[in-house]
Design a protein around this ligand. Sequence first.
Ligand code: ZN
Length: 201
Amino acid sequence: MMSSMPKGLTASTGMDALTHAIEGYTTAAAWELSDVLNLESIQLIAKNLRKAVANDPDGREGMALAQYVTAMAYSNVGLGIAHSMAHTLGAVYDTPHGVACAMMLPIVMEFNAEYTGDKFKKIAEAFDVDTTGMSQEEYRKAAIDAVRQLSIDVGIPTKLEKLKEEDLDFLAYSASVDACEPGNPRRASLDDFKDMFRKLM
Ligand SMILES: [Zn+2]
């Protein structure tokens, strides 16, 4: 059914699923059961998204499972500000949801890192990183790097040319009142939102 889905749509919807899994894994209401599902989904996406984008049938099947597994979890526990900022970019610039999520995800992971305990270690390991002997700072960076590399490998841009300095006040305010904001593990001020949006410029 999904074999005729274009590469770009496969990549962006797949990165949206990864954003659901990572935000759902680190959201304020996360608990043991949602963690098991979200972590499994992260592992499936790490293994299958590149293959799905190459239209490999096993990769497609893996991604179909991954998006379902995380949806059973995140739909109960909530998300975070990668989604708040992606919703805003979609509304203001018509940026496709998955592309916006993929662009925001590593930026928000950097912002949230200190508030995620050892969860980024599990995320790095889900991406097949050997974390033996790594410090907390190292495994957190490894998790963010793995997510950023996957996004680049599947062709997601890292910059949004339409984004202008004069739009930042409105973008930051809109993201701060988004329905997903309360789920974020770390509170972001309007200046924090602006700094994160600015990283796309
Ligand atoms: Zn989403």
